[in-house]
Design a protein around this ligand. Structure first.
Ligand SMILES: Cc1ncc(COP(=O)(O)O)c(C=O)c1O
Length: 368
């Protein structure tokens, strides 16, 4: 199957083989070696010297961990949202009692650093800023580096949802001053779902010591204490960890600059092909994502019919839209284990289905 959804993403052979390994004692030396090696490589790929914690969960668990470990009920937070996942991060903060101040852009647009600066200047009570680097629901990437500069110049804590960005597009955790960065194994990491990876800066640890939101499973300090002993507080998703270990070694061998260049090449190719099919891309071109491309379902052709024909006739799986665009958008995932021939095959199939559908629509009705 040519799986072109924005997560889960396809697995390299080395990763599939790693998944087949037998269990070990997760309190024993094999686990310690596995965790230490994986964490050390992950830190390089995050461009960080900060602590890097692993949680057995999907990305949303990592987002909840970021919130409950750094904030107290009543804390004022600036929540930047440009789509479905920005709203999810916001909802988590709200549900745990944060006093959320929203900063939104229309879906398909990014937030400009000047807007963030104005929002911070207007409300000195803001303690932290939450932002999604890459909004998977619209294929739009916020200019994180310049947003981070504004946030750090203002001395605020910066919590980043990097779930569908880090590992595929540049995110320099330390150089940009990102205090907490969250990602998940099934995205850029060429690994099955099951692990969230979270980096925690010294500033985030200071916030941790003040933070009073309730937490148990997600407690950073528990995770860190156990990580120092080469294990996790709770039983880990061991097979996913084997897979992640194999995957990060592949990424390290390729080199992150090459990984970023590959994603850019694939994204440019995808956008070019979609435009050549007269399809309307959803994202503002200046901020178009290199990990997922969203386009508007062509007029007169039912989105579900396109998805079904692609799957049944070509074994190609694209994603539909989310939230208010659930039925009117299509998305091509191109993150992780992907290169141009993979998207070419999917887009050739899309072109064929669309030309057949458009021809059928244009054809005069058959006389009875
Ligand atoms: C930007 C972003 N944030 C958060 C999530 C939630 O991750 P999960 O589905 O792994 O909980 C996703 C998943 O698609 C995402 O793309």
């Amino acid at each position: 199957m040519n799986l072109r959804t924005p997560g889960p993403t396809p697995l390299p052979e080395e990763v599939k083989r790693a998944l087949a390994q037998d269990m070990v004692n997760h309190r024993g030396p094999e686990m310690a070696a596995l965790m230490r090696e994986t964490t050390a490589i992950l830190k390089d790929l995050f461009f960080t010297q900060n602590d890097l914690l692993l949680f057995t969960s999907s990305g949303t668990g990592g987002l909840e961990a970021a919130v409950v470990n750094t904030l107290s009920p009543g804390d004022r937070v600036l929540s930047i949202s440009i789509g479905y996942f920005g709203h999810r991060f916001r909802t988590i903060a709200k549900n745990f009692g944060a006093d959320v101040s929203p900063l939104d852009a229309d879906w398909g647009k990014a937030v400009e650093p000047e807007q963030v600066r104005a929002a911070l200047e207007a409300d000195p009570r803001i303690k932290a800023v939450m932002v999604t680097q890459n909004e998977t629901s619209t294929g739009t990437t916020n200019p994180l580096q310049s947003i981070a500069k504004v946030v750090k110049d203002a001395g605020k804590l910066l919590l980043v949802d990097g779930v569908s960005s880090i590992g595929s597009i540049p995110l320099e955790t330390d150089a940009w001053g990102c205090d907490v960065v969250v990602t998940a194994s099934q995205k850029s990491w060429m690994t099955p779902p099951g692990l969230a990876m979270v980096s925690v800066s010294p500033t985030a640890w200071e916030a941790y010591r003040q933070a009073r939101m309730p937490r148990y499973y997600w407690d950073f300090d528990e995770a860190k204490k156990y990580a120092d002993k080469g294990t996790t507080p709770w039983t880990p998703g061991l097979s996913t960890l084997y897979a992640l270990n194999a995957a990060v070694k592949l990424m390290q061998a390729e080199g992150m600059q090459h990984v970023f260049a590959r994603h850019k090449r694939v994204a440019d190719y995808t956008r070019g092909r979609l435009k050549s099919m007269d399809l309307k891309l959803f994202a503002d071109e200046r901020y178009a994502s290199d990990t997922v491309t969203a386009f508007v379902s062509p007029e007169g052709v039912e989105q579900k019919r396109i998805l079904r024909r692609l799957k049944e006739e070509h074994d190609v799986v694209l994603a539909g839209g989310q939230g208010k665009y659930e039925d009117s958008m299509l998305r091509v995932g191109h993150m992780g284990f992907v290169d141009v021939p993979d998207v070419k095959a999917a887009l050739d199939a899309l072109e064929q289905v669309l030309s057949e559908e458009r021809a059928a629509k244009a054809a005069p009705p058959v006389p009875r």
